[in-house]
Design a protein around this ligand. Structure first.
Ligand code: NAP
Length: 308
């Protein structure tokens, strides 16, 4: 057990990531006091009922009062207004971070609203599920997953080290990255796969010859895995694409070109091209398993949910 790293932590947003943080902070006793805030009265009520925080506040500015660490855990589109609201109420010397899936836009939206004397260090735990809301979180979400910190030029070295220590205590492996590089890497590893999943599920639903019941009945043939990804929160993913426009469009262009190569190979019966590409792809899957980012368990590594 690491012990207290920040005396008072404020979690703004109490969905999958915010509630998972609350659980792991409690389990590891990483702070003495958790303050929480979420937009709707319903989420705040649930958070109170399940005891996610020591105090649940109706406003973000009340939640951040006296906090040593403030973590924004809302969809990216809410950041700018929230930063404007909390800016004047932050304690001098506090650290403000976030968990958003895009990093370049965070410096743009949050940075200008924060006062001098507050450390702003954007971050992204590369860990998630397709579930959302205050009851979807669990303490093990970050175990052995990467957390990428994207300190800004001039970030205080001690504040960054302290935040790194916090994420390691949550179970993560921590890496530092330039925000733009983060956005390019995540565009291909996370954002494009989600876009493809949303699209393939929408296409299947639109194909009139295949009835919906047949799509569901025969879904084990690969389609099912796309539907799991496509069940992710629409608000969060809308904001990811709006905020990582350049990197996603660039990656999508490359993807479309490669897809045309496959289309051509199928049309002209070019089995070698198909076989070679599929063999390369299988190798990548094996290296992901070797890197400990997935299990080799059959059924696409599906495990029983940690908590239902
Ligand atoms: P979520 O389960 O949908 O929860 C979002 C939370 O933010 C809810 O508590 C929501 O409150 C609150 N919220 C929304 N707008 C707000 C506002 N204006 N003011 C205050 N609270 C507000 O989402 P999540 O999956 O935890 O994602 C949160 C962030 O984590 C996103 O930025 C996302 O990019 C990032 N992330 C997600 C994953 C993933 O797999 N899900 C992985 C890594 C990073 P209400 O319930 O009251 O609406």
């Amino acid at each position: 057990m690491t012990g207290v790293i920040y005396e008072r932590v404020a979690l703004i947003g109490l969905g999958l990531i915010g509630s998972s943080l609350a659980h792991v902070i409690r389990r590891e006793r990483l702070c003495d006091h958790i303050a929480g805030h979420a937009k709707s009265a319903e989420t705040r009520k649930t958070a109170k009922r399940i005891g996610l925080a020591d105090e649940i506040h109706e406003s973000a500015k009340a939640a951040v009062k006296d906090a040593d660490l403030v973590i924004l855990c809302t969809p990216l589109g809410a950041y700018s207004k929230l930063a404007e609201e909390i800016g004047p109420h932050l304690k001098k010397g506090a650290t403000v971070t976030d968990v958003g899936s895009v990093k370049g836009a965070v410096a743009r939206d949050v940075g200008p609203h924060l006062p001098q004397g507050v450390h702003f260090i954007p971050g992204h735990p590369v860990a998630g599920t397709e579930h959302s809301g205050p009851e979807s979180g669990f303490a093990e979400l970050f175990t052995n997953r990467w957390c990428i910190l994207t300190p800004l030029p001039g970030s205080d070295a001690d504040a960054v080290m302290r935040l790194e220590k916090f994420w390691r205590a949550c179970g993560s492996n921590v890496e530092r990255m330039n925000p733009d590089h983060h956005d390019v890497v995540l565009a291909i590893t996370s954002h494009l796969p989600h876009l493809i999943a949303y699209n393939i599920v929408a296409t299947a639903a639109d194909i009139e010859e295949v009835t919906n019941s047949e799509v569901i009945k025969f879904s084990a043939g690969g389609f099912r895995d796309f539907t799991r990804i496509a069940a992710s929160d629409p608000t969060m993913w809308r904001d990811v694409f709006l905020n990582n426009k350049e990197a996603v469009l660039e990656t999508l262009g490359r993807f479309s070109e490669d897809l045309s190569v496959l289309q051509r190979a199928i049309r002209w019966g070019d089995g070698d091209t198909l076989f070679n590409l599929f063999t390369r792809a299988r190798g990548i899957r094996r290296s992901i398993i070797a890197a400990g980012q997935e299990t080799a368990a059959p059924d696409f590594g599906r495990r029983p949910a940690p908590k239902e």
